[in-house]
Design a protein around this ligand. Structure first.
Ligand code: NAD
Ligand code: MG
Length: 302
């Protein structure tokens, strides 16, 4: 076993004080935002995540793999022994480069495939290209998402509504549709829902609608593909400290107190989501499909 890394996310400790608590500084960015410019910097497990060979030799495609929750999953997968392809928007290249270096530092293959998931042809090409460059595809992780807060229904333009639906639902549909025929028995799909799937904020009407749809899609697809030996599950995070939030995901005045509304009184870190993405990808979760798992700081899923 390799030496422990710091901060040690495996040592028993009080979860309330394990990570930064509000207040946080104002830090507006324009979407999709750059993760490494956040204050304080999110923890994606760069220094802490320790692999145990749970994904040895697996081949994974992770959308939104440049930053936040997707970055944490990418780091964890590489440390568990997987080769990883990540997708992100071209404007996020600076974040993506760091992730590519972190994957390669584990001696794993890292493939960068930037592009816009709102485009069906790109989604098809993304899966085919990842499958070809990784010489197979065992794990599809849909993490990319668009969240743009609006206080009034009148302020949600048709263009915004379209973009939120395309990014959060259509892309998942196109990617799954292309990936499933290429996947072997034992493969897994992991979607990213939200506490918003069940308890929508008034300011996140279009976003919460997509997150509820992701839960239904996950369960329906799980029922369809289990006959092929493919499992499909979802992770539903609560407030997580990622650049999605200060780049328009929340009204800016909510950033200083972000996370204070949950029982743990702090946002979660991407590193605290990664272990679920690993579990659901690994054979350890062999009897689990069609489920949604919360990482919410104490607001349980219904
Ligand atoms: P993030 O900003 O780090 O990740 C979102 C990613 O989505 C971006 O990095 C970007 O690469 C990708 N993306 C957005 N539009 C895209 C497009 N058109 N084409 C390609 N890629 C695109 O933030 P995050 O919080 O890690 O978000 C990851 C997922 O977690 C999202 O699905 C989000 O809805 C979900 N989530 C986040 C929270 C939270 O509080 N942060 C809570 C619940 C669910
Ligand atoms: Mg990003």
């Amino acid at each position: 076993m390799s030496t422990r890394r710091e901060p040690n996310q495996y040592a028993m400790q009080n979860p309330l004080t394990q990570y930064p608590r509000p207040p946080f500084p104002d830090q507006p960015q324009s979407p999709p935002g750059i993760d490494q410019d956040m204050v304080p910097k999110p923890d994606h497990g760069e220094k802490s995540y320790q692999g145990f060979g749970r994904l040895e030799g697996r081949k994974a495609l992770i959308t939104g793999g440049d930053s936040g929750i997707g970055r944490a999953a990418a780091i964890a997968y590489a440390r568990e022994g997987a080769d990883v392809a990540i997708n992100y928007l071209p404007s996020e290249e600076r974040d993506a480069r760091q992730v590519i270096e972190l994957i390669e530092a584990e001696g794993r293959k890292a493939i960068a495939i930037p592009g816009d998931l709102k485009d069906e042809a790109f989604c098809v090409q993304l899966v085919r290209s990842a499958h070809e460059q990784l010489s197979g595809l065992d794990i599809l992780v849909n993490v990319a998402g668009k969240q743009e807060a609006q206080k009034d229904l009148a302020d949600i333009t048709t263009a915004q509504f379209d973009d939120t639906m395309k990014t959060n639902i259509y892309a998942m549909f196109w990617l799954c549709k292309t990936a499933v025929p290429l996947m072997p028995a034992g493969a897994t799909v992991i979607n990213t829902a939200s506490i918003q799937s069940y308890d929508p904020s008034a300011t996140l009407l279009d976003y919460a609608t997509t997150k509820a749809a992701i839960v239904a899609f996950t369960k329906a697809l799980a029922g369809q593909v289990i006959g092929k030996g493919i499992r499909v599950n979802a992770v539903a995070p609560g407030p997580i400290w990622t650049v999605l939030q200060p780049s328009g995901g929340q009204p800016q005045e909510k950033i200083p107190t972000f996370g204070s509304q949950v029982p743990m009184k702090r946002p979660g870190q991407p590193a605290e989501c990664a272990p679920l993405y690993v579990l659901l990808a690994s054979q350890e979760s062999s009897y689990i499909t069609g489920e949604v798992f919360g990482v919410t700081g104490g607001n349980p899923l219904p």
